[in-house]
Design a binder for this molecule. Structure first.
Ligand code: PBG
Length: 328
């Protein structure tokens, strides 16, 4: 055959493939989620997330030093609150001496350059396991009262030294409320990474085991988005940008690559994607059975998420990915 174009020429060797690769992962792409629990010397494996741990603050600090040395530059903090601190209003969430606030301070103290991002939602602190305050009679989630509570929570994270607050609650009007509150309270350099298009997803299951935060009744479908919808994600994201979000997020990632791409095309702020707990668990479980090559599945998944348009990826595989990228 005489062909004018032979596409296989640029696939001929590993060197050529590397030269023409459109998407290249680096450690700068990753945000590592971290689960923190009360106590000392605690390192507990999460039953539905093999190889992933909840740590007390002392052990978390050791881990943060390790991951900084590996080249990971951002952590996203979650805490497991003790049952006796939980109520409907989530009061513990803005306790200046709470576990989250102590953790932010200690991490910034230990590794000042580490970018500290903090989850903002009431679920770990709620007796009902919901992201917002429950109207107990109606069994509904109160939007405006929740935004008020979350504003206090956000300010307490800023006061403790957080670089970015990361609201994952999906209440209406929260980004504008947080931005105003940060401005008014002299935290104008604190950023907002908004979970803008967060879907009501079964893939959060293992995370809820990790923090003991599964909803006690009902589900989260009145605030998290319906996975059947696409245009709604653009609507949510554009509103968050208008209200002052510095980084927007799509969550989960692998089943939502189309949304990541559309959001990327619609906004001019950085886009992040959350490769969530269930996505981690799927790869781990298949690899444990010998059905998938774990390292290859990790890199292919994360590269696909970046190719779809994610500038940043929150992933439980961040450490593995850096190890693999370094050829170890
Ligand atoms: C809580 C929150 C959740 C996740 C991040 N923040 C769970 C939920 O909304 O129920 C999920 C993360 C994951 O599954 O890895 N607002």
């Amino acid at each position: 055959m005489i062909l004018q174009r032979r596409n296989r020429i640029t696939r001929k060797s590993a060197a050529i493939r590397a030269l023409v690769a459109e998407t290249v992962l680096t450690p700068d792409d990753f945000i590592l989620p971290i689960f923190i629990t009360e106590g000392n010397g605690v390192v507990e494996e999460i039953s539905s997330m093999h190889g992933y741990y909840r740590r007390s603050l002392d052990k978390t600090l050791e881990e943060v030093a390790v991951i900084w040395a590996m080249g990971i530059k951002a952590v996203l903090l979650f805490v497991k609150a003790n049952d006796d601190t939980k109520d409907n209003a989530g009061r513990e969430s803005w306790n200046p001496e709470g576990l989250m606030q102590r953790a932010i301070k200690a991490i910034k103290n230990k590794v000042p350059e580490m970018v500290v991002m903090t989850d903002v939602a009431l679920d770990p602190y709620s007796v009902y396991g919901h992201d917002g305050i429950v109207d107990v009679e109606k069994g509904t989630i109160l939007n405006d009262a929740t935004v008020e509570a979350l504003t206090k929570m956000s300010l307490s994270h800023a006061a403790a030294g957080a670089d970015f607050i990361a609201p994952s609650d999906m209440m209406d009007g929260r980004i504008g409320a947080f931005r105003n509150a940060l401005e008014e309270n002299n935290f104008s350099d604190v950023g907002i990474m908004s979970y803008s298009a967060k879907y009501a997803s079964c893939f959060y299951g293992p995370f809820r085991d990790a923090l003991d935060s599964a909803p006690g009744f009902g589900d989260k479908k009145t605030y998290q988005m319906n996975y059947a919808n696409r245009i709604e994600a653009i609507n949510e994201t554009l509103q968050d940008v208008e209200q002052g979000a510095d980084i927007v997020m799509v969550k989960p990632a692998m089943a939502y690559l189309d949304i990541i791409r559309e959001v990327k095309n619609a906004v001019t702020v950085p886009v992040s994607a959350y490769h969530v707990s269930g996505e981690y668990a799927m790869i781990k479980a298949a690899a444990e059975k010998g059905w998938l090559d774990e390292d290859k599945a990790i890199i292919e998944s994360l590269t696909s998420i970046k190719r779809a348009g994610a500038d940043l990826i929150a992933t439980y595989f961040a450490k593995d990915a850096v190890r693999i990228l370094n050829g170890k």
